[in-house]
Ligand binder design. Structure first.
Ligand code: ADP
Ligand code: MG
Length: 256
């Protein structure tokens, strides 16, 4: 994985390729230091520096204690959903969600820690659509499966290598249908066959209680949420088509 946000002290060049396993190790075990609070966040979202003996980089720390309570999601579970979204994205092989772990953080305790993407702040879904169809078709399929209730335009980032990422997956994996997204341009179209194959593969994994994906998701989500995920995966695989919006609640507000 090419991570422009990880620096190696002995390397003059910023942007050395660091394997994803190594990034995860850094996020899990590195020391964390708070650099500041992110603007435009509805929950307490901190920019942190994460470092170990060899590597240093930036990450986004969202502590459970900083989560704003919501009427429809169980309290204190948003950080777990952030980590579960990463597990799902990684298992699909789609690399939508930046590497994310759940761990103890400085001052505010347990939370999600996600690799910071050095994105162009001028870009978001509405400036990028039309040019990155393949990436957006993956993200749209991911959001159906994850039951993403908050895919705003600003939750799409483009890094300097022109890779498209999705962030802010705190309100996902609800048991009831809650898909709310700005990406409706594929409504009614077939989901590309290679994506359906990936979906079928994880469907099979989720049927095995001792599969690593099932085990890790069961630590982060409730049993009924993992069951609901399995049912969504089955349904998406069977229909193999992007759904149509169901009304006003299908669009997040504000859209960016
Ligand atoms: N992984 C990331 N890389 C870069 N910027 C991020 C990342 N995650 C969040 N941000 C920035 O922090 C802001 C707030 O984060 P977000 O996940 O939207 O928090 P909230 O749950 O409060 O809505 C985002 O709008 C974005 O600018
Ligand atoms: Mg947000």
């Amino acid at each position: 994985m090419d991570e422009q946000t990880i620096d190696q002290p002995d390397d003059e060049e910023n942007g050395t390729a660091v394997a994803v396993e190594r990034v995860l190790q850094l996020l899990e075990q590195g020391s964390l230091e708070i650099e500041g609070l992110m603007p435009d966040s509805s929950n307490y979202t901190f920019l942190v520096r994460v470092a170990d003996d060899q590597l240093s980089g930036l990450a986004i720390y969202k502590p459970r204690r900083g989560e704003r309570p919501l009427w429809d999601f169980p309290r204190g579970t948003l950080c777990q959903r952030e980590a579960a979204a990463y597990q799902l994205s990684a298992s699909l092989g789609w690399e939508i969600v930046p590497p994310t772990v759940l761990r103890e953080g400085p001052e505010y305790g347990i939370g999600s820690v996600q690799l910071f993407i050095n994105a162009d702040p001028q870009e978001h879904y509405f400036t990028l659509r039309g040019s990155y169809d393949e990436a957006f078709k993956r993200i749209a399929a991911f959001d159906i499966i994850a039951n993403n209730a908050d895919r705003k335009g600003g939750h799409i980032l483009k890094d300097p290598q022109e890779r498209i990422w999705g962030i802010d997956h705190g309100i996902t994996f609800h048991v009831e249908p809650k898909l709310r997204t700005v990406i409706w341009e594929y409504a009614g179209e077939p989901i590309p066959a290679p994506l359906v194959e990936d979906i079928a593969r994880i469907g099979h994994q989720l049927e095995q209680p001792d599969d690593p994906l099932t085990v890790s998701l069961s630590r982060l989500l409730s049993r009924v949420e993992v069951d609901a995920l399995r049912r969504r995966v089955e349904r998406v695989q069977r229909r193999a088509r992007y759904p149509e919006p169901t009304g006003g609640r299908s669009m997040p507000w504000p859209p960016i």
